[in-house]
Design a protein around this ligand. Sequence first.
Ligand code: SAM
Length: 280
Amino acid sequence: MTTAILYVVSTPIGNLEDLSPRAVDTLKKVDLIAAEDTRHSGRLMQHFSISTPMLAVHDHNERQRAQALVQKLAAGQSIALISDAGTPLISDPGYHLVSAVRDAGYRVVPIVGPCALIAGLSVSGLSTDRFSFYGFLPAKSSGRRQHLALLAKVTHTQVFYESPHRIVAMVDDIVSVIGPDRQLVLARELTKTFETVYGAPASKVQAWLSADHNQQKGEFVVLIEGAEPEQLQDIGPEEERMLTLLLAELPIKKAAAITAAITGHKKKALYDRALELQGK
Ligand code: SAM
């Protein structure tokens, strides 16, 4: 094993068989495993007979531990970073450590594997050309609604994590803020026994969820289809007449701006039409 490297190792999000042979090999060979919760990860280590020493690195001590870990790399040790599940840093600790290690000039190597966000997206049936990931929205409904309101017109797929305590409230907020007809997908308990992926218009998902208590349990990835792009309104004969009259008296820019202010059409579209009218 090459020394002075920080390995960022993805671990299973449910099914232990998803720990890759390369991940097992890395976790066995490094000098130290920096784990979000050493007791939680202890079970994984036991299952794979990994006896490498572990050190707790979590949200509350990460900044402080980062410098000590950089010192270990400086001494030629290699370290693996893991979180409780999935890919470290993705709604999990690790950002401060990785940036400190990179700033100090040491290599950071990904040992790729499970990530609930990508797993959920890949089976959602929603467009994946472009998507945004927002992690967990605020726990309080008012904050969550404010965030959702900002996203209502986003035209690409939006992905969130949500806990079982808030899944019903989150879906309620999506229905009222984003709208009952928008396609919504809940990807629950991925890779586990009760894995369920349910997609439908938001109001149908809401009814389905409230009808079955069992579906409210476990871990969730929530995916919202992007909004339809806003259709550009056609510039009709009335708007064109107004534009022509104003063009006889004013420069193009002004004529387009006044027509836009009166009709609500986009200034740019009216400007382009004015150029056409003038044969430019
Ligand atoms: N780092 C992890 C990853 O790569 O997916 C995510 C950690 S975050 C603290 C935990 C959240 O991820 C859960 O609350 C849930 O929203 C989502 N999650 C984790 N495992 C999941 C699973 N098996 N099925 C669905 N969602 C899961």
